[in-house]
Design a protein around this ligand. Structure first.
Ligand code: NAD
Ligand code: FE2
Length: 401
């Protein structure tokens, strides 16, 4: 990246870092079970809500106790269950239509990041009826209160239940972009590990690696504070200790509970301290080829960390100690390399591939340009890279390169 763009990026990031203490971060109130939701709605005088979920979760019965609790309490619950993984602008438009038709007063999201982000997208469109979602992409563009949102994660991954982000894919252009605004932070989060018991091993591993990516990218960036550093380290420790237990034994309550907690902590950390180029590149692969978000991150994480080189060694050393794969007495370089290798080994033990199918060479410049647009100047990464430099990541993750 040329020196002028570097200066611009670092100045922009410094501005946000200085503003950090006065920005309106908040946390959702935590509920332990979906059965608590009707009384929350009743306290507010709400009689009608929209549930945003996906078809699989609805059919498999994951929404049943919520639907029953709402019916028992006499609260109308409209259900939008067509959310796709990597939710699209069409999903958001359809769900918004239902929200208005059914005269809903608040939003409930049950699912992984896709359902939660779709609900956030609906909220943004309700708050800003005259704007398209693509006009709201980037930072602080919504700026108007959205309807009350209760988020119920069923994956231990995205942390969307606590973050200010909604990541939406344009159904026509396949451009996947984050909308970041404090108004998108859910008001309530239901953290019930039992809802994640049914998550199959390959989704347990990849969504868990998404949470690890949040913790790592937040920690190695330049805009951390004491709290986000501590949360990122805690999340890293919890994920290294629990992800394989959850992967091998889906109903291990302790492991599921710790993974859900880790995903929350990591989500909180990156909401304040940002992600980095792993996410910027992963979003373009999700948008263009529908690569699941967690899978893209799992494959990219060790590759991007390696590319940062010595600029990230010191912080990776701290993460390596939290993960239990190095000690304080190791050199920064040895510990950082051990951490990257530990991620690769963990991926391999959980059958996560080290490359991705289907990346076409002719698509790479456009995807790299979009990743550059998402990451720069916002993400305070250890080493700045422009579109040309980001292109190398696509070649490195390509199968049969
Ligand atoms: N808003 C944020 O802060 C944020 C952060 C990271 C990622 N994201 C976004 O979130 C999306 C990915 O979310 P995700 O990784 O949670 O996956 P997802 O929501 O796309 O779900 C993936 C699959 O898992 C299934 N599933 C979910 N919970 C299940 C359960 N308990 N049992 C069985 N199957 C279950 C779903 O039906 C779906 O088929 C991406 O679009 C990504 O960009 C958002
Ligand atoms: Fe993510």
């Amino acid at each position: 990246m040329n020196i002028f763009k570097k200066l611009w990026c670092r100045t922009f990031q410094l501005g946000f870092r200085i503003a950090q203490p006065i920005l309106p971060y908040r946390e959702p109130k935590i509920l332990d079970s979906v059965e608590e939701i009707p009384s929350v709605l009743k306290q507010k005088g709400y009689t009608s809500a929209l549930l945003v979920t996906d078809g699989f979760l609805r059919k498999s019965g994951a929404t049943a106790s919520l639907e029953k609790a709402m019916a028992d309490a006499g609260i109308h619950l409209a259900v939008y269950d067509k959310t796709q993984p990597n939710p699209t602008t069409v999903n958001v438009a359809e769900a918004k239509e239902m929200y208005l038709e059914e005269k809903c007063q608040c939003l409930i999201a049950l699912g992984g990041g896709s359902a939660m982000d779709c609900a956030k997208g609906v909220g943004a469109c309700i708050a800003r009826p005259n704007k398209s979602l693509s006009q709201l992409k980037g930072v602080l563009r919504v700026l108007k209160k959205i309807p009350m949102l209760i988020a119920i994660p069923t994956t231990a991954g995205t942390g969307s239940e606590v973050t200010l982000a909604a990541v939406i894919t344009d159904a026509e252009t396949h451009h996947k972009y984050p909308v970041n605004d404090f108004v998108l932070i859910p008001n309530y989060a239901v953290l019930d590990p039992k809802l994640t018991y049914t998550l199959p091993p390959h989704l347990t591993s990849t969504t868990g690696m998404d949470a690890l990516t949040h913790a790592v990218e937040a920690f190695i960036g330049n805009s951390t504070n004491k709290k986000t550093r501590s949360h990122a380290l805690q999340a890293t420790k919890l994920i290294f200790e629990n992800i394989e237990k959850a992967y091998n034994e889906g109903t291990n309550h302790e492991a599921r509970k710790n993974m859900l907690h880790a995903a929350y902590l990591a989500g909180e950390a990156f909401s304040v301290s940002y992600v980095g180029y792993v996410h910027a590149v992963a979003h373009t692969l999700g948008g263009k080829y529908n690569v699941p978000h967690g899978l893209a991150n799992s494959v990219l994480l060790p590759i991007v960390l390696e590319e940062y080189g010595s600029a990230a060694y010191k912080k990776l050393h701290k993460l390596a100690v939290a993960a239990g794969v190095a000690s304080d007495s190791d050199s920064d370089e040895v510990a950082a390399k051990a951490f990257i290798q530990a991620i690769r080994d963990m991926n391999a033990r959980m059958n996560i591939p080290s490359a991705l199918e289907g990346i076409k060479e002719e698509d790479i410049p456009v995807m790299a340009a979009l990743a550059d647009k998402e990451g720069n100047p916002l993400y305070p990464v250890p080493v700045l890279m422009d579109a040309k430099e980001l292109e190398t990541f696509y070649y490195k993750v390509q199968v049969n390169k």
